[in-house]
Design a protein around this ligand. Structure first.
Ligand code: PEP
Ligand code: MN
Length: 354
């Protein structure tokens, strides 16, 4: 259920609406959207009459949500902005996020940050909580890993993204990282999604291993209906019968999402293929079909990597991918670019050939 409030409702009015909802046993999540102020009610309100809600002062309209993922598919999210002003979204230069699969040590993640920054990445990735298929594989450094990511962001100036696996990780991670990642195995972890809905941090929501696009958008709906509109979707390949690649990278999902919602969509060609020899070509394809960025695993000594070394590319190859992405973006977006608030809009390489 969505309550649309009068345009320019004061903070006191909005607070009064929330207080009345509490009296009715409901929780209101206030959202400031392009269309004005709306209050989303997560709980089932089938027992509350429309009149009880429309008579609340400042409420001008009531929308009962009948379709699934209504907010995820109808909210206008022109871009998601990070704390440093970097914007990710439709029509903006693609944002490349890169780094090792796992945070391995403080010095390794700091060195990796400097290398990916110098190669042109705008966000550092690194897993501290690792959801491994086998319990006998490296499980990540946990909180210590998040602290090393904070060290790496201070050393490099890059914002950082890392996966969190449970609702209790959200508060731990917020001071140490910039984007909270939901991994493919946790796309259905509804308690985690609800907790992320209360965060003011951007959330990168990976597609579940066998999730349909509709299930994926409903996972986004959990986060957005709980109040956090800063959701970035990430296609990372789905399970199929094919065995030549680790997963089947579903680039058609990017095109479908671009028609059905306005959320930024990025592509992870590393997990999407599981093969370093395919990362560059699939990165090119991802940008050509409209992805707003890439999430790429990089390790300069992949044979020593604690996880996913077989799909890690070198920082030299990353540099080539960053340049490809700029050129392909310029080729498929010939219109003039909107004004920039950050260096991710720098397309000075755009006119050279790839
Ligand atoms: C990752 O990005 O580190 C990761 C584990 O990816 P996924 O959740 O897509 O498997
Ligand atoms: Mn990995």
């Amino acid at each position: 259920m969505i309550l649309v409030l009068q345009k320019k409702s004061s903070q006191e009015c909005v607070a009064a609406v929330c207080a009345r909802l509490r009296e009715l046993g409901l929780t209101g999540q206030v959202m400031h959207t392009a269309a004005g102020i709306v209050v989303a009610i997560l709980e089932d309100c089938s027992h509350i009459s429309s009149h009880q809600l429309t008579k609340i002062p400042a409420v001008v309209k009531l929308i009962r949500l009948q379709h699934q993922a209504s907010i995820a598919t109808s909210a206008i999210i022109p871009h998601v902005e990070l704390n440093n002003g970097l914007r990710i979204g439709e029509g903006l230069a693609p944002v490349i996020m890169a780094g090792p699969c796992s945070v391995e040590s403080q010095s390794h993640i700091v060195q990796s940050a400097l290398k990916v920054r110098d190669a042109g990445a705008k966000v550092l990735r690194g897993g501290a909580f690792k959801p491994r298929t086998s319990p006998y594989e490296f499980q990540g450094l946990g909180l210590e890993g998040l602290q090393y990511l904070d060290d790496a962001r201070k050393a490099s100036g890059l914002p950082v993204i890392s996966e969190i696996m449970g609702p209790e990780h959200v508060a731990l991670a917020e001071p140490l990282i910039d984007i909270l990642q939901v991994g493919a195995r946790n796309m259905y972890n509804y308690e985690l999604l609800k907790e992320l809905g209360k965060s003011s941090h951007p959330v990168l929501l990976k597609r579940g291993l066998s999730a349909t696009i509709s299930e994926w958008l409903n996972a986004a709906e959990y986060i957005m209906s709980a109040g956090n509109m800063k959701v970035i979707l990430c296609e990372r390949g789905i399970r199929s019968f094919e065995t030549e690649t680790r997963n089947t990278l579903d680039l058609s999902a990017v095109a479908v999402l671009k028609k059905s919602c306005s959320l930024p969509v990025i592509v992870d060609p590393s997990h999407g293929t599981g093969r370093r020899d395919l990362v560059r070509v699939m990165s090119r394809a991802a940008i050509a079909c409209g992805a707003d960025g890439l999430l790429i695993e990089v390790h300069d000594f992949p044979q020593e990597a604690l996880s996913d070394g077989h799909q890690a590319i070198s920082s030299d190859e990353l540099k080539e991918i960053v340049q490809d992405a700029q050129r392909i973006f310029a080729a498929v977006n010939p219109a003039p670019l909107p004004a920039s608030s950050s260096s991710n809009q720098d397309l000075s390489m755009a006119s050279s050939r790839f």
